[in-house]
Design a protein around this ligand. Structure first.
Ligand SMILES: Cc1cc2nc3c(=O)[nH]c(=O)nc-3n(C[C@H](O)[C@H](O)[C@H](O)COP(=O)(O)OP(=O)(O)OC[C@H]3O[C@@H](n4cnc5c(N)ncnc54)[C@H](O)[C@@H]3O)c2cc1C
Length: 258
């Protein structure tokens, strides 16, 4: 657990941003990840009083405040209806209910963790990250950006008609994923994301090839990702799992028997 001298409950994003420019200060989401770190900090910046814990649904998009919890994603009716339960599936294996009530969407996306189920799932949707100073950027671009001291204010997911599905495999329930796979389909395009490779989720977009076996399309998509080894599994094992899961998700989204 880290130690801090001061605690400030920010009254505005500008105040939080100014405080966050000091390297000795730390902005916190749910603090579930940060509390595992050690060392001394000057000021903890808490943005929980800024009304950023809402998921708003409009005709065109979902607007998810950075302080929404993973449990909010898991239970949100609109998100799960529109994306066929993908948010329930990508959250429900993360540690436990109490944990998901604490961990935030902002902390999960800002962290860009290799094992992130949330990053993998959101990557296949038409998703944007709203940064306080940096403006709005696509999630794909944000995932590649260097860490900065900006504030992730909200996530925006467009309702562009994509159908989505998600699956992960863990060596034991509630462990970090060994592989995480999301797929989405819109008209004649596939969007495939593979996370926990063990590096962070990346996106591959491919045209739907009519007359080509789904298993071949899945193999081709997976060949565009790189895989590595760690204590949870080897690169070869991850690659073969990814081929199986991408095929199953493609079949599911095409309405075929998996
Ligand atoms: C034991 C454990 C197991 C986990 N297992 C999984 C898993 O299986 N799958 C999975 O997807 N995730 C997993 N996670 C990660 C978890 O789901 C959260 O992503 C993580 O805890 C970060 O969210 P937080 O709210 O706790 O962020 P914090 O710990 O508060 O912050 C994390 C980082 O993000 C920064 N930050 C937070 N909010 C913002 C913001 N709005 N703007 C800018 N910077 C911000 C902080 O400064 C810090 O650097 C696990 C975490 C732990 C501790």
């Amino acid at each position: 657990m880290f130690h801090a001298k001061e605690y400030v409950k920010a009254e505005s994003l500008e105040q939080a941003y100014e405080l966050n420019q000091k390297r000795s200060n730390v902005l916190v989401g749910g603090m579930m990840w940060l509390k595992m770190s050690s060392g001394n900090r000057n000021t903890v910046i808490d943005i929980s009083g800024l009304g950023l814990n809402q998921i708003e649904e409009t005709e065109d998009e979902f607007r998810i405040g950075c302080m929404c919890s993973l449990r909010d994603l898991e239970l949100h009716e609109g998100l799960n209806r529109y994306f066929d339960g993908a948010f329930r599936e990508c959250t429900r294996w993360i540690v436990g209910t109490q944990f998901r009530n604490g961990a935030t969407v902002g902390g999960s996306i800002f962290g860009r963790f290799g094992f992130s189920d949330i990053l993998t799932c959101m990557m296949v949707l038409d998703t944007y990250v709203e940064l306080y100073k940096g403006g709005t950027v696509s999630l794909e671009e944000f995932a590649q950006m260097k860490y900065s001291r900006d504030i992730l204010v909200r996530i925006i997911i467009k309702k562009d008609g994509r159908k989505a599905a998600y699956v992960s495999q863990r060596r034991s329930k509630t462990d970090f994923p060994l592989i995480a796979v999301a797929a989405a389909k819109k008209e004649d395009m596939w969007y495939i994301s593979v996370g926990a490779r063990p590096s962070k989720a990346a996106l591959v977009s491919r045209p739907v090839q009519t007359g080509c076996e789904i298993s071949d399309q899945a193999k081709e998509a997976v060949s565009l990702f790189s895989f590595g080894s760690n204590l949870r599994g080897s690169a070869d094992y991850r690659k073969s799992l990814a081929e199986i899961y991408v095929r199953r998700l493609m079949e599911q989204l095409s309405g075929e028997e998996a």
